[in-house]
Structure formats: C-alpha cells, structure tokens
Design a binder for this molecule. Structure first.
Ligand code: MD6
Ligand code: FE
Length: 207
C-alpha cells in the first residue's frame, strides 16, 4: 500500500494489484450477474441533460444516479424500479480491510467505460458524511487517473490504474478533485471486448 500525498493532503492510498487475475475474474463474473439484474443505464447531467460518456449501474442498499433533476442516492434502479442487487462479498471484505474504522458500505457504483469514455474532474460529495473513505477498484483496460486538491484550480497529477488496482480516497483527500482522462485500449485481456469497469464503494449515511 502506497500513501500518495497530493497538494499536501493525506489520505490517498494506492494498492496496486490488490486483486490477482483469479480474483478479478471472480469479481467480474459477479459484476456481470449484477448487471444482468440491474442493467447499465445512461446517466445525464442535471439541468443540461447532456449524457455522461460512461454507463452505470449499482449494487448495495443505495445506488448513485444522475438525471435532469440532480444527483442522488436511491434504493431502486431508475429504469426497472427494482432494488439494487447486494454488494459482492469480495468487495465487503476489501472495505473491511482498507476502511476498518468506517461503518459498512451502503452503495457500490459500477461505471463502464468503452472506447473514448472519460470522467471529468469531480468531487464525490453526495454522501451525508465524509468521514468514511471512497474505495475504488479498477477492472479491464488501464486508465489515467487524475487527482488534485480541494479546489478545482489546484494542481493535479496523474497516474495509471491497472486491472486489479485499488484506490482509497479518505482523510484529508476524501474531497479531492479527481477524474479519468482516458482509457488505454488493448491494455488488458480481462474484458473480451475491451473497456474498463470501475467500482466505487461508499458509505452514504452516518451509522
Ligand atoms: C474511475 N473513479 O476510476 C473513477 N471516486 O473510473 C472515481 O471517480 C473515484 O477512483 C472516488 C474515489 C476513488 C475513485
Ligand atoms: Fe469519484
């Protein structure tokens, strides 16, 4: 585990190859089963209705959604109206290891990036408490992850996230701006049609 200080903030940890290939394949099978029940949907930006370039789903008691009305957590899939499937055990165990002091995760956002998809610089701040970290798992093609400070204007640095890598944004870095500049096609054999999946585990409400 590497702690990466960013703009003087503590709390960004990088755990390269946390999941080995067998662990990635198992997790991917579980994500496929989740997406079969809770299909990927195309979120749009609040107000403008501009579509995101990633498609999303969720598992856990709550799921993060974005539509014309805003960003929020909700217990049902926006299209099927069904509850989200449960969070896979491997992810609950990961959380217990890297976020031991926090109550269990309530939401796991699943982002799927195909060719050309990206994620603009943002803060994860739709939760009701920021004392728990956000824990992220990357699967599939390598991506360039950019992270800065607590102001959008702060300097940023970027590093590559490979399949199986875990990133924790906690402590002072919990509200650091971050995003995905690009996904590097052909860098992983995990997904047969390429692309990248990112899973982010969150605690939404105080215990
Ligand atoms: C991604 N990740 O890796 C986007 N958020 O595709 C995130 O937005 C993120 O990696 C909070 C904490 C860690 C993250
Ligand atoms: Fe984020």
């Amino acid at each position: 585990m590497q702690d990466i200080p960013i703009n003087g903030l503590n709390g960004l940890s990088y755990l390269p190859s946390y999941f080995d290939r067998a662990g990635q394949d198992q997790l991917l099978d579980q994500i496929r089963a989740i997406v079969a029940e809770a299909p990927l949907f195309q979120p749009v930006m609040p107000k403008t209705g501009k579509p995101f370039s990633v498609r999303m789903s969720n598992c856990g008691r709550l799921g993060w959604v974005s539509d014309i009305r805003g960003y929020r957590y909700q217990p049902q899939h926006p299209e099927t109206g069904l509850p989200w499937p449960p969070i896979p055990d491997a992810l609950t165990r990961l959380w217990a290891e890297v976020a031991a002091a926090a109550p269990p995760p309530e939401a796991c956002l699943i982002n799927y990036y195909d060719q050309g998809a990206r994620m603009g610089l943002h803060q994860d701040r739709d939760e009701q408490m920021f004392d728990a970290p956000v824990v992220s798992v990357s699967l599939g093609d390598t991506a360039t992850f950019r992270v800065g400070g607590l102001s959008r204007k702060d300097p940023t640095k970027s590093f590559r996230l490979q399949s199986g890598d875990v990133v924790v944004l906690g402590g002072e870095a919990r509200l650091a701006f971050h995003g995905i500049d690009r996904v590097l096609a052909g860098t992983s054999t995990l997904l047969k049609n390429g692309g990248r999946i990112n899973l982010t585990l969150r605690r939404v409400n105080p215990a």
